[in-house]
Design a protein around this ligand. Structure first.
Ligand code: PNS
Length: 158
């Protein structure tokens, strides 16, 4: 039984995130979307809200669940019995920081393997920060986020 973690901030989840999750759902027995709760940050959505949004967006994949975690990713991975971390790469600019994080995680725990999934080209420019900025400024985010997220953004920013 192989459990993979797809970790991230997901503030809010985008279609790019869900594309990575969908591919993991087909590749692994169990997929845990790890929603980071960082008490020193002020996200638009609380960790509990992000978990609920991800659960709503992933309802079609029975082997996927969302869980929030605080502290080190490697500790969370051990806690849930996962040895594989999956991250999406949009472009070469993502690579530098992602490889740094994966090597730090490997230093912290030699048991953890990080795999990278290239995002769909149509989501290459997509980020949670840009989605929030466009939504705040009244632009259309249709096609960029799943419906439950679009509704939650509309409600939060009104
Ligand atoms: O969506 P993001 O912001 O790119 O996700 C980053 C995340 C949550 C994967 C990363 O910040 C993380 O793993 N945080 C947990 C804290 C930790 O383990 N830090 C040291 C490892 S580099």
């Amino acid at each position: 039984m192989i459990t993979a973690i797809v970790p991230g901030s997901f503030d809010p989840p985008t279609k790019g995130h869900l594309d990575v999750v969908e591919r993991c759902a087909a590749l692994f027995d169990e997929v845990v979307i790890g929603v980071v709760h960082n008490p020193s940050k002020t996200p638009l959505f609380t960790a509990a809200e992000r978990v609920d949004l991800l659960e709503a967006c992933a309802v079609q994949w029975p082997n996927v669940r969302a869980v929030s975690f605080e502290g080190l990713l490697v500790d969370f991975a051990k806690e849930i019995g996962a040895s594989t971390v999956v991250k999406g790469l949009r472009a070469v600019t993502d690579f530098e920081f992602e490889i740094q994080m994966s090597q730090m995680n490997r230093y912290l725990s030699g048991d953890i393997v990080t795999l990278f999934v290239a995002t769909k080209p149509e989501y290459g420019y997509l980020s949670s920060s840009l989605v929030k900025e466009v939504a705040r400024l009244g632009g259309s985010i249709e096609g960029l986020v799943p419906d439950p997220v679009a509704a939650a953004l509309k409600e939060r920013l009104k």
